[in-house]
Design a protein around this ligand. Structure first.
Ligand SMILES: [Zn+2]
Length: 240
C-alpha cells in the first residue's frame, strides 16, 4: 500500500511474514534515500521476545562494505597542522602526489630516479622514508630531541613507519611528533620541487634550518605543539 505526503515522502505499508505490519516513509527526492522503519514488537516465530524499535542503517553505509581503512588516516585527522599540509599528507598516504615514479608510469617522463639522491626509484615511500637524504635530515632533527632512535632505517610504507614509531612514544609526545612528521614531509617535497622546477639545490644544513624556520612560523600561527621542539633545537645545536 502506497500513499504520498506533501513533502515528497512516500509512505509504504509493509506486511511481514508473521502477519505484523508497519509503515515507513521514503524520501522521493533524496539521492540516497534514508529509511526509518519501526519493527514489529514480537519476532516472526511468536516467541514473545521483544525486539523494540530500531532504525534501519542508512543505505549509504552499504556503499562502503568491504572497504579498508587508510593507514594513518585517523591519526592524520587528529594532527595539528595547517589544513593545506594535512591535505598534502592525505594525498601522500594515498600515493597520489606526482613523484617521478608515478609520472613515469603515466608516460610523462623517461626516468624515475629520485631527485634527492639519484640512487633509487622516486616513490612516496622512498622519498619520505627510505631516501638517504631524508634519513639524514630526520637524524639531524631528532638527535637534539633525544629521539634519534626513531630515524627511519630502511625503506618501508610511510603509514606503517609512522604508526610504529608513534607507538614508541608517550601519549604527550605523540602530537608534536605527528606535527613534525607533516612538517618534514612537506619540507622534503618543497625541496624536491625546488630541485625539479627551479634548479635550486639546498644542502642538508639549509633544509634542516628551513624545517626549524617553518616550525617557528607554524608555532606563531597557533600550532604550539612545536614550541617545545623549537626550544630543544635552540638549546642543543642541530648537527649541521
Ligand atoms: Zn632518494
Amino acid at each position: 500500500m502506497v500513499s504520498s505526503r506533501t513533502d515528497g515522502h512516500v509512505k509504504f505499508m509493509v506486511r511481514t511474514l508473521c502477519g505484523c505490519s508497519f509503515s515507513t516513509y521514503v524520501c522521493g527526492q533524496s539521492y540516497a534515500p534514508s529509511f526509518s522503519i519501526r519493527m514489529c514488537r514480537t519476532d516472526s516465530h511468536g516467541s514473545g521476545r521483544l525486539m523494540g524499535s530500531t532504525a534501519c542503517r542508512r543505505p549509504t553505509k552499504f556503499f562502503f562494505e568491504g572497504s579498508t581503512a587508510l593507514l594513518g588516516a585517523k591519526e592524520l585527522g587528529m594532527t595539528k597542522a595547517p589544513p593545506k599540509v594535512k591535505f598534502f599528507m592525505w594525498l601522500v598516504l594515498h600515493r597520489r602526489i606526482w613523484t617521478a615514479n608515478r609520472r613515469l608510469r603515466h608516460g610523462l617522463q623517461d626516468s624515475d630516479d629520485c631527485n634527492l639522491c639519484s640512487q633509487a626509484s622516486e616513490t612516496c615511500d622512498h622519498l619520505f622514508v627510505g631516501c638517504v637524504t631524508t634519513r639524514q635530515l630526520w637524524y639531524r632533527l631528532l638527535l637534539p630531541l633525544g629521539l634519534q632512535d626513531l630515524t627511519p632505517l630502511t625503506e618501508e610504507s610511510l603509514g606503517i613507519w609512522w604508526l610504529r614509531q608513534r607507538e614508541r612514544l608517550s601519549a604527550d609526545s605523540r602530537p608534536p611528533f605527528d606535527t613534525l612528521l607533516l612538517l618534514i614531509t612537506r619540507t622534503i617535497w618543497t625541496e624536491r620541487n625546488n630541485r625539479v622546477f627551479n634548479r635550486i639545490t639546498s644542502n642538508l644544513a639549509a633544509i634542516a634550518q628551513e624545517v626549524i624556520r617553518e616550525a617557528q612560523c607554524w608555532c606563531e600561527a597557533g600550532y604550539t605543539s612545536l614550541a617545545h621542539l623549537i626550544s630543544l633545537w635552540s638549546q642543543n645545536q642541530v648537527v649541521l
